[in-house]
Design a protein around this ligand. Structure first.
Ligand code: MN
Length: 247
């Protein structure tokens, strides 16, 4: 059996109970872990210990790749802006650990796959900025915030199409220029960071994917492919290619 690649996933801070005085917890959505398992990777959930670089470095050294998942908004102070009223909850510990993870991955040239918040923290880590609320700040934009509600609970709802650059890794993986995706984001890339190439766009011009210009494997998408593994073969191929690059 081939060696299974170890993939690091930073968690997110959450109180054990709202308003309670129980110790704070770290959490991570099960779908992300399941998607890694489905392609043979070994998930390693990373504690948020930005004040303990030795422990983080010890964990990073044992990783073969990094998976940046969805989650709360990146703190706007990370890209030099005040918080917009429509910007949501932030998790500065998670921001700090994911930025360190990305620095490590860059130095060690380890594969990175990023989803939703992941494409946003990647862009910020590399010096870019974000729309803090697309609906508010991009009047011509279409609806991107199809967050599940009791009436429409599906995280796999195909909300809009993207056009994919043919001469990109995503173009190769999908094999078609237009792909339907789900869309559960209210933020998006504003100023693109240097070294990142946009490889997919929504019909309104919002950047839906970027790839590293120099890295072995650096792919970041604004949608949630982990929810589409069983219905869209291209999404499974994306995770499989990531695990293969890390193995
Ligand atoms: Mn979208």
């Amino acid at each position: 059996m081939p060696r299974r690649p170890v993939i690091g996933v930073a968690m997110q801070t959450l109180p054990a109970k709202p308003g309670g005085d129980l110790p704070t917890c770290w959490i991570m959505g099960q779908r992300y872990v399941e998607a890694l398992r489905a392609v043979g990777a070994l998930p390693w959930l990373i504690p948020l210990l930005p004040q303990d670089p030795d422990t983080l470095a010890g964990i990073f050294d044992r990783l073969d790749g990094v998976f940046l998942t969805g989650g709360v908004d990146v703190d706007p102070s990370r890209y030099g802006e005040n918080k917009h009223p429509k910007c949501g909850t932030t998790d500065p510990d998670r921001d700090a650990v994911e930025i360190k993870l990305l620095e490590h991955a860059t130095v060690a040239n380890k594969p990175v796959l990023a989803v939703c918040r992941g494409i946003q923290i990647l862009n910020v880590a590399r010096g870019g900025t974000l729309y803090q609320d697309v609906a508010e700040q991009v009047p011509a934009a279409m609806k991107h915030d199809y967050f599940p509600t009791p009436a429409q609970p599906s995280r796999s709802y195909l909300a809009h199409e993207i056009s994919v650059k043919a001469d990109s890794r995503l173009g190769e993986l999908f094999g078609e220029p237009v792909v339907p995706v789900n869309s559960m984001h209210h933020q998006a890339i504003k100023d693109l960071a240097p070294g990142l190439r946009p490889t997919a766009f929504a019909p309104d011009g919002i950047i839906e994917a970027v790839e590293g210009e120099r890295e072995k494997f650096l792919v970041a998408v604004q949608w949630h492919p982990e929810e589409l593994l069983d219905t869209q073969p291209g999404m499974k191929r994306l995770f499989t290619a990531f695990a293969a690059a890390a193995a």
